[in-house]
Ligand binder design. Structure first.
Ligand SMILES: Nc1ncnc2c1ncn2[C@@H]1O[C@H](COP(=O)(O)OP(=O)(O)OP(=O)(O)O)[C@@H](O)[C@H]1O
Ligand SMILES: [Mg+2]
Length: 294
């Protein structure tokens, strides 16, 4: 009998009009676990995150954090301890890195609007602590020197890291990352893998959506595969990447080839950096926004 999960999704279904985007999807995330969620475009991965974070109210099923059913209200879910990043980066572009992280911090602070009107000592102390914590988190994600930069001026990979810092500022128990390495070069991808390990070390359980399967198989303890809104297979990376259904529906190559790729990746990492990691570049419009399918 395994320990109770920190996050549990129980038979979550999501129907949009005539389209069933998710059908009875369940998930168990254990404390200290890094869980990968993979599947083809349109499989329902982001929709599932939207259900886990209260952005969507599932048509059936529910989501529990440490045994308590979560409300379908994103702000309340954040306060309860589930934080996320978005597939299409959502930062405040005209605010600095520090200010963006402070927005996450304030989602967690108890002081109401009246406190900020009177600016008493408790308010000042709270603000100072929030700033210190935000700076610490920027340092943690590797953006310590960029605290004064406007978010819109940061390179793309740094914007993704800033979103992670902002999510961590809410003191989550669970962090959900929707394609955290999309658009990153191999070095940034590897830095992100190490960052996710470091986040786990701080006691936060993580769910990661990614298309880069080498990244997922070398990062996660457990992998769930969604295809057409249904959970096709779940298990350890070894089990999942050898499953004929996953190979047919998603990987499109034989297990020994996938195995060799993952081994090669591990060796490259051990020898100072993966040169050959395939990074799927998101399609972006002129303003740098992602769009379209890969
Ligand atoms: N708000 C919505 N209204 C209607 N249909 C939606 C909505 N959100 C998602 N869908 C549909 O649900 C399905 C799953 O989409 P979703 O974005 O969750 O896929 P995904 O697995 O994240 O894909 P990708 O890898 O491309 O990001 C798609 O057919 C999508 O068009
Ligand atoms: Mg998605």
């Amino acid at each position: 009998m395994s320990a109770p999960p920190v996050l549990a999704a129980n038979s979550v279904s999501m129907v949009f009009g005539g389209l069933t985007a998710l059908s009875n999807v369940s998930l168990r995330l254990q404390e200290g676990q890094i869980l990968g969620l993979i599947g083809p475009n349109g499989a329902g991965k982001t929709t599932f995150f939207n259900c886990l974070t209260g952005l969507y109210s599932p048509t059936t099923g529910n989501v529990q954090l440490r045994g308590k059913v979560l409300p379908t209200d994103p702000a309340a879910v954040t306060v309860a301890g589930v934080a996320r990043t978005f597939q299409n980066i959502r930062l405040f572009p005209s605010m600095t890195s520090l200010e963006n992280v402070l927005v996450g911090r304030h989602a967690r602070m108890k002081q109401g609007p009246l406190a900020s009107l009177f600016h008493g000592p408790a308010y000042q102390r709270g603000e100072r602590d929030a700033r210190d914590r935000a700076l610490e988190l920027l340092e943690f994600v590797g953006l310590g020197k960029a605290h004064d930069e406007l978010a819109r001026n940061l390179p793309y990979g740094d914007q993704r890291r800033l979103e992670i810092a902002r999510a961590l500022a809410t003191d989550p128990k669970v962090l959900l990352l929707d394609e955290p390495t999309a658009g990153m070069n191999p070095q940034e991808t590897e830095a992100t893998r190490q960052l996710i390990f470091a986040i786990r070390e701080t006691g936060v359980a993580v769910v990661v959506i990614e298309h880069d399967t080498k990244f997922i198989f070398s990062l996660c303890d457990h992998v769930s595969v969604l295809v057409q809104g249904q959970l096709l297979v779940e298990g350890t990376p070894e089990v999942v990447r050898a499953d004929p259904r996953v190979i047919e529906a998603y990987l499109g190559k034989p297990p020994d080839e996938v195995e060799a790729e993952v081994r090669q990746y591990a060796e490259e990492v051990a020898h100072g950096g993966p040169e050959a990691t395939q990074v799927i570049q998101p399609v972006r419009d002129q303003d740098g926004h992602e769009g379209g399918k890969r």
